[in-house]
Ligand binder design. Structure first.
Ligand code: CAA
Length: 258
C-alpha cells in the first residue's frame, strides 16, 4: 500500500512509523489518520512484526488535529462522518505493543494519539498539552479522560483549563511518560525498547498489555479477576511451556509466539 502522510521503516521485528506532514507540524488530518489506521491493521497481521513505534520529527510528534480541516466542521457533519472515531481508535485496538516516541510538541490530538499508545518515551525536547480550550473547544480524542487517568485530576485540569504546555521533566514526574532520553537518540532508544519487548513471547506480551489496559476499564476486584483468568489462559500456550522449560534447563527460550 502507498502512504502519503506517514512513512514506514522496517527494523524487524520492530516497525517504525513516522508521521510525515512536517510543514504543518504533523497536524493530524483525516487522510493521515486513515493511513495510520490501515497500516496498523496491516502490521497487526504481519508475523514478522512484534512491536511498533510511532514517532514524528524533531520539532513535532504532532501539533494536534488539523485545524484547517476542522474549520469547516459543524455538529451535523461531524456526527454524520463520525469525526475522530474509528480511524483514531484503531490505535487503541492494535493488540501488538505500540510505543509513542515524542520529540517536540505533542499537543491536542497529538498528545491524545501518544496517550492511545501503550507507553510514551519522551525526548528532552518534548512538550505536551491539551490547548483546545484556546480554540473554543475541548479535546475530542480522549484527552480529558486519558490525561486524567494518567496524571490525575489536578494536573489534567491545570493543562486542559489553561491550555499550557508541560515539558518532558514535568511529564515524567506526573506519570505521563515512562522515560526521558536525549532528542538525538530518541528513535534509536525507542526501537531498542521495542526490540527488548519483541524478544519476549508475543502471546505473553499481548496478555500483559490486555490485562494492564483492563485496569482502566474496571474496578480493582473485577480487574484482578480478569487478570487471573488471562493468567490461567496463559498456562496453555506453547510459549509458557517453553519459557518455563528454558528456565529450568538454564537456557534461553525459543519462542514460537503461540
Ligand atoms: N492544524 C493545522 N495546522 C497546524 C497545526 C494544527 N493543529 N499546528 C500547526 N500548524 C501549522 C501552522 O498553521 C503553520 O502553517 P503555515 O506555515 O502554513 O502558517 C505551521 O504548522 C507551523 O506552525 P507555527 O508557525 O504556528 O509554528 P510555531 O513554532 O510558531 O508554533 C505551535 C508551534 C505552538 C505548536 C503552534 O503551531 C500551535 O499552537 N499549533 C496549534 C496547536 C493546537 O491548538 N492543537 C490542538 C488542535 S485541536 C485538536 O487537536 C482537537 C482534538 O482534540 C482532536
Amino acid at each position: 500500500m502507498t502512504y502519503n502522510n506517514i512513512l514506514l521503516e522496517r527494523h524487524d521485528p520492530v516497525a517504525l512509523i513516522r508521521l510525515n506532514r512536517p510543514k504543518v507540524l504533523n497536524a493530524l488530518n483525516s487522510a493521515l489518520m486513515s493511513e495510520l489506521s490501515d497500516l496498523l491493521k496491516e502490521l497487526e497481521q504481519d508475523d514478522e512484526v512484534r512491536a511498533i513505534v510511532i514517532t514524528g520529527n524533531e520539532k513535532a510528534f504532532a501539533a494536534g488535529a488539523d485545524i484547517s480541516e476542522m474549520q469547516a466542521l459543524d455538529f451535523s457533519r461531524a456526527y454524520r462522518e463520525q469525526f475522530i472515531s474509528s480511524n483514531w481508535e484503531q490505535v487503541t485496538r492494535c493488540r501488538k505493543p505500540v510505543i509513542a516516541a515524542v520529540a517536540g510538541v505533542a499537543l491536542g490530538g497529538g498528545c491524545e494519539l501518544a496517550m492511545m499508545c501503550d507507553v510514551i518515551i519522551a525526548a528532552d525536547s518534548a512538550r505536551f498539552g491539551q490547548p483546545e480550550v484556546k480554540l473554543g473547544i475541548l479535546p475530542g480524542a480522549g484527552g480529558t479522560q486519558r490525561l486524567t487517568r494518567a496524571i490525575g485530576k489536578a494536573k489534567a485540569m491545570d493543562l486542559c483549563l489553561t491550555g499550557r504546555m508541560m515539558d518532558a521533566e514535568e511529564a515524567e514526574r506526573s506519570g505521563l511518560v515512562c522515560r526521558i532520553v536525549p532528542a538525538a537518540t530518541l528513535v534509536d532508544d525507542a526501537i531498542a525498547m521495542a526490540g527488548e519487548i519483541a524478544q519476549n513471547s508475543l502471546m505473553a506480551t499481548m496478555f500483559n498489555k490486555e490485562a494492564v489496559n483492563q485496569a482502566f476499564e474496571t474496578s480493582l476486584g473485577t480487574g484482578v479477576d480478569y487478570e487471573r483468568r488471562l493468567f490461567w489462559a496463559s498456562l496453555d500456550t506453547e510459549d509458557r511451556k517453553e519459557g518455563m522449560a528454558a528456565f529450568l534447563e538454564k537456557r534461553s527460550p525459543r519462542w514460537k509466539h503461540r
